[in-house]
Write a protein that binds this ligand. Structure first.
Ligand code: B16
Ligand code: MG
Length: 227
């Protein structure tokens, strides 16, 4: 085996919302509707803090921002109604909504024998992947139904690595959220942030999108730990 092959990545873990598909806006609009019932105008900055965060952790944060103290039943009801609005938006998704570069990247990784996994906080991940025509392309899917701790906890990524039989150091995570970047770093994985560099500065590399992302670039990050 050539010496540099030993350093090559073995797996890529994809976040879903904001990496594979732009559903972040759907979450935002749905939460805005519910927050307005509490007379709270949800802001863009608030939404940044909800990215990658589970549904119940999100509803708890919004209640706190709105200074609302209510029962668990009511919080569950708000979360349930938010999800109905969100799923209604998701119903319109088709394979054309897969973000640029993602489908060819998955194809290239699979062709090179690199494992691909989903690592998402969403309990709707399989529904969304099905809409996008991507349900069958992952070696492993770990989503919000499989974990008890929300990002920035690394549970979702560590579970994905474990199910693939790969060491965390041999995984690269693609993330759009500060909480997800934090989770990947805590998991001892390399992480590429996709989106706003000022929000994702802790990632090893930040790109606008996955358009020109190649396996060679992923391996460079693995070898050099590019900062
Ligand atoms: P659900 P990701 C996360 O998905 C979203 O970024 C976050 O906004 C959402 O609250 C969370 O999933 C839970 O989603 O309500 O569908 O279970 O970015 O980790 O793929
Ligand atoms: Mg995300």
């Amino acid at each position: 085996m050539p010496s540099d092959t030993m350093h090559n990545i073995q797996a890529v873990i994809f976040d879903l919302d904001g990496v594979i598909v732009d559903t972040a806006q759907f979450h935002y609009n749905a939460w805005k509707t519910l927050a307005s019932e509490w007379d709270y105008a949800l802001k863009h900055e608030d939404n940044e803090q909800l990215k990658g965060v589970s549904r119940m952790d999100s509803v708890n944060k919004i209640a706190q921002w709105a200074n609302v103290h209510t029962t668990t039943e009511q919080l569950l009801d708000v979360a349930h109604r938010k999800n109905e609005i969100y799923l209604n938006f998701c119903n319109q998704l088709t394979p054309e909504h897969v973000l640029p570069g993602i489908a060819p990247l998955i194809e290239a990784l699979r062709a090179s024998g690199v494992l691909v996994s989903l690592g998402s906080a969403s309990k709707n991940a399989r529904f969304v992947l099905d809409k996008l025509g991507l349900l069958d392309v992952f070696d492993v899917i770990v989503d919000g139904n499989d974990v008890s701790k929300s990002k920035p906890n690394p549970e979702v990524f560590l579970k994905a690595a474990h199910h693939m039989g790969v060491s965390p150091q041999d995984c690269v995570v693609l993330e759009d959220a500060p909480a997800g970047v934090e989770a990947a770093l805590t998991a001892n994985m390399k992480v590429i942030g996709l989106g706003d560099a000022s929000e994702l500065q802790k990632a090893h590399l930040v790109l606008d999108n996955a358009k020109n992302l190649s396996l060679g670039q992923l391996n460079q990050i693995k070898i050099k730990g590019v900062a």
